[in-house]
Design a protein around this ligand. Structure first.
Ligand code: FAD
Length: 384
């Protein structure tokens, strides 16, 4: 029997779950507070230059998940794109992630891989730190003070608004160095950017006769109608009116500027020095190297703590937030008629491919629950 579902949010989470339920014959309404679909992946052509702008920050699609790759390719034409990031630090431009080129340039050497590995282990890494307690100690233990201060310290401090000595060691799980010249930022098998942007892709996902979309509509949890199951991809604490307090987020400010020509020669340039207030500059036309534009649109990106009216970008998930999250998650599990999905609904950082994987799995679990006559869970992917 066809059921009524309401997706709150027309980002990837709401769109992918909604599409799967619509294809299974259910009636799906999607409400979105913004004037566009796509959530934070939203792309829009700049009216002045015609450049495809990643409005809420740069988005590169990468995955090892073949089903997810097939899914996005069924809804958009993807062009190959390799993310190669540069950083400006101490008056020089280096290649990221820190690789053999970066190491040789930084130390003015011509080391081969084995020599560089031995050099870092024996002359740089701080082996006196046996049990690292912070991000800083972990970095010093792996790579030593020189590389840490040039490439990790200032950037991390600007991104998270606190000293790396206050961040947990768990953030840096692996050795963040490569002992070869591979400067492809991601390890995944599939990587690309949709030719006509992510918004067109999400519009395609939502294009189904069983889906009705309303933009510019803020959904208030008090409005839930009888018999409708809600998929909430808004903030978990927002469902409860933030009555226990707010889960902390970092937000981003983008300072847009235009340029005639090529401003920086690459899509993403990080700024490692703490004296430079922005974390990076993105030059959007380089995300579409198959297009040609005389003008250019760039974003200087600044990170800071989110206030109530800001867009929540990165969940902070430190000890205090996790305690509050535990309380909200316990309440959420007692709610009826709602499932919490996506990056905001579960208060986790999720890449796009993981978001789609989780959304597909959530829709399948929902259809299985309907078949068995069991309750649709509050969480398909627990926040903790
Ligand atoms: C700066 C930045 C860069 C990123 N870069 C990459 C990248 O390069 N590669 C990658 O794979 N991933 C990247 N991501 C992650 C990517 O943005 C997420 O995976 C994706 O946006 C998650 O989709 P979502 O639908 O869960 O959430 P969202 O995109 O946040 O969508 C949620 C939607 O719900 C709406 N909403 C919320 N509350 C309400 C309400 N009460 N009523 C109506 N609507 C509501 C919001 O307006 C929003 O449109 C990046 C994220 C950030 C922050």
């Amino acid at each position: 029997m066809a059921r009524d579902f309401l997706m709150v949010g027309a980002g990837l989470s709401g769109a992918v779950v909604g599409r799967a339920l619509a294809e299974a014959g259910h009636r799906v309404r999607v409400v979105e507070a913004r004037d566009h679909v796509g959530g934070n992946c939203h792309t829009r052509r700049d009216p002045e230059t015609g450049i495809m702008v990643h409005v809420y920050g740069p988005h590169i699609f990468h995955t090892d998940d073949e089903e997810v790759w097939d899914y996005v390719n069924a809804h958009a034409r993807f062009r190959p794109y390799m993310n190669r990031v540069k950083t400006t630090a101490r008056g020089e431009v280096f290649s990221l992630p820190v690789n053999l080129h970066t190491i040789n340039q930084f130390f003015r050497r011509t080391m081969r891989p084995d020599e560089a590995r031995a050099f870092i282990a024996e002359q740089q890494a701080d082996r006196s730190i046996l049990e690292p307690h912070s991000f800083e100690e972990q970095a010093l233990r792996f790579i030593g003070r020189d590389l840490y201060e040039a490439f990790f310290k200032g950037y991390t401090q600007k991104q998270w608004g606190c000293a790396p000595s206050e961040l947990p060691a768990s953030i840096l799980k692996r050795l963040p160095l490569r002992f070869n010249y591979d400067d492809n930022y991601f390890f995944h098998r599939f990587q690309g950017i949709p030719e006509e942007g992510y918004t067109a892709m999400v519009e395609g996902i939502l294009d189904h006769p069983n889906i009705a979309l309303r933009l510019n509509t803020v959904f208030d949890p008090a409005q839930v109608g009888e018999g409708t199951h809600v998929f909430w991809s808004g903030p978990l604490d927002g469902w409860f009116g933030y009555d226990l307090g707010r889960l902390g987020y970092r937000t981003l400010d983008f300072e847009r500027f235009t340029y005639r020509g090529d401003y920086q020669g690459c899509a993403v340039m990080n700024y490692g020095d703490v004296e430079v207030p922005w974390t990076r500059i993105t030059e959007h036309k380089h995300f579409a190297p198959w297009e040609h534009h005389a003008g250019s649109v760039c974003y200087r990106e600044y990170s800071r703590a989110a206030r109530p009216d800001d867009i929540p970008y990165y969940p902070i998930r430190q000890v205090a937030e996790k305690a509050l999250l535990t309380d909200y998650a316990a309440r959420a599990r007692k709610e009826r008629g709602v499932s919490f999905i996506g990056r905001l609904g579960t208060y986790r950082y999720l890449d796009m491919d993981v978001t789609i994987r989780e959304a597909l799995d959530s829709a399948r679990a929902t259809l299985a629950a309907l078949k068995q006559g069991s309750r649709i869970p509050a969480f398909f992917h627990p926040p903790l």
